[in-house]
Design a protein around this ligand. Structure first.
Ligand code: NAD
Ligand code: MLT
Length: 314
């Protein structure tokens, strides 16, 4: 950072301690919820941009960021950043993929239990003065088979916790060695459809890529066990939303628990009409612990990248 202090634009909330770390070495403007047109207009003034899942860091943003050197993603998924365009323009993209895995993994299991036991519906009934216990008949996890799609950081965290529930854990992930399945006590499935056919619960933990969009779709729901329960705490659209709505209507899927949606914020989504769909507003990483780690780790990485130093986890 030769001489002049760099300028950093922060486009979404990060913890105060992280802001203090940035301010110690740079001039920082915090513009939470900045709109796309405004971002495109002012980005030329900044050396670094920090975002969460919004705003979108499009090619246009990167092109207009004439002095932009770093885009920092406060979190894991970089699907809201045009990484290829950033690379073409010599802009480093840094994220914090390890910092919120525990929270996302725990939220996955919370969603699984909440939907298997109708917790939100039962909670609301009691709050409304009702009771009606028999309406809330659920399923145990004990002895069931869970299919984990993507055995990376979060998928493996979920696998080891669900083993403690006495579940049979099967997993599909064509990009990792057999040793990793063994390490996390998961049986390796040769194909996605092998996993789908055997699972009582399916939980997806892949990144959102061209290959994974809609990977749990009509074909999979047609061969799934009747009464399967599905969880998506990864990215909206990995479980195809239209196909899921069809499978819920057909009674193939007993419940779905979703933290993420194809379009966020999620309003007017037909899946919201189903009583057996449990939803949360993309809060997988919304814990004090995760946000503290995400913010402070990212501040370190962004400052290092601005100095031209090696940055881990990019
Ligand atoms: P990771 O990169 O550690 O693991 C992803 C795994 O998916 C890898 O092992 C990879 O081999 C596998 N994979 C890739 N393509 C696949 C395919 N076609 N079929 C099967 N497996 C495939 O990622 P992670 O840190 O575990 O994150 C998983 C997901 O969770 C990401 O989508 C991430 O954005 C999301 N996430 C969500 C929240 C939240 O708040 N809901 C928080 C953190 C992460
Ligand atoms: C992530 O990718 O880290 C999560 O979706 C959580 C977040 O965006 O805060």
């Amino acid at each position: 950072m030769n001489g002049a202090r760099p300028k950093i634009l922060v486009g979404d909330k990060i913890v105060d301690e992280a802001l203090e770390m940035l301010r110690a070495e740079a001039d920082v403007d915090v513009r939470i919820g900045i709109g796309q047109p405004e971002l495109e207009e002012i980005i030329e003034n900044y050396d670094a941009l920090i975002v969460r899942s919004i705003p979108l860091v499009t090619e246009e943003v990167i092109r207009r960021g004439k002095r932009l050197k770093v885009v920092g993603r406060a979190g894991n998924g970089v699907d809201n950043i045009d990484v290829a365009a950033a690379t073409r323009h010599g802009v480093v993209v840094v994220n914090t993929p390890d910092s919120n895995s525990f929270s996302a993994g725990e939220h996955t299991i919370a969603l699984m239990l909440a939907s298997a036991r109708n917790l939100p519906q039962a909670h609301q009934t009691v709050k409304d003065g009702g009771w009606g216990r028999s309406r809330f008949m659920g399923n145990e996890l004990y002895g069931k088979t869970v299919g984990i799609v993507g055995l990376g950081r979060i998928g493996s965290f979920v696998a080891t916790r669900l083993k403690a529930f006495n579940m049979r854990v099967i997993a599909y992930d064509p990009y990792i060695p057999l040793e990793r399945f063994k390490r996390f006590g998961a049986e390796r499935m040769e194909t996605l459809n092998d996993l789908v056919r055997q699972s009582d619960f399916i939980t997806v933990h892949t990144p959102k890529t061209e290959e994974t969009i809609g990977m749990i779709g009509m074909e999979q729901f047609r061969i799934a066990k009747k009464g399967v329960r599905v969880v998506n705490c990864a990215r909206g659209g990995i479980i195809d939303e239209e196909a899921l709505a069809w499978a819920l209507k057909e009674g193939i899927v007993a419940s779905a628990a979703l933290d993420v949606f194809t379009k966020e914020p999620c309003t007017g989504n037909p899946l919201l009409e189903f009583d057996n769909v449990v939803v949360t507003p993309h809060i997988g990483a919304t814990t004090f612990e995760a946000q503290h780690r995400v913010g402070t780790d990212l501040a370190n990485y962004v400052l290092s990248a601005l100095k031209g130093e090696i940055v881990p986890n990019t």
